[in-house]
Design a protein around this ligand. Sequence first.
Ligand code: ZN
Length: 215
Amino acid sequence: MNIIFVAPPAAGKGTQSALLVEKYGVAHISTGDLLRAEVNKGSELGKSLQEKMSTGELIADDIVIDLLKNRLMENDIKKGFILDGFPRNLNQAHMLDEMLEELNMKIDHVLYLDMDKELAMHRALGRMTCPNCGKGYNKYEEIMKPKVDGKCDDCQIDLESRSDDNEETFNTRFDTYLDNTQPLLDYYKEIELLNVIDNSGTPEDTFKKIEEVII
Ligand SMILES: [Zn+2]
């Protein structure tokens, strides 16, 4: 079972991937990890990738496709794979189709973890922890809010947020993601691979919905 995972920021893609790997023995392939692994090998390609990555230059799609192709020829792919972080646009999707055809493989499901921006933001930015006692809070949830905004109920000191984002940067990141991803989703819908998964419940709820689709 070969899956492409598409999800907006803070949707819990990592958690769902891990559950799929554990239960179905599929390989989790992140293109970011593939690039980092090549850099760590210290190969000629790795060296040139490192240079590009350190200056923030984009890595050419054909390089990513080659790395991906090599990865897909390894032994642990027999039960299938989850592609995470690729493709990000239509051009990459077409290149992927071609490459998979050469390997005599195909994608079975594209899973999109659908969630509303506000909910994603609450999950991502709401969580706060007391650096002293470790108690967790969520500033957006009535029952998990601290009594005094931003302070630990017990220690009266400032709570720490786990996210680097604020509301504004999160909104921008989320909107940019949706704008860039929509053509990809439209494409997979057209070729009848797209499954939109309601991600508004608990991670367990989401996993059940994924299983309904893939089995
Ligand atoms: Zn505390």
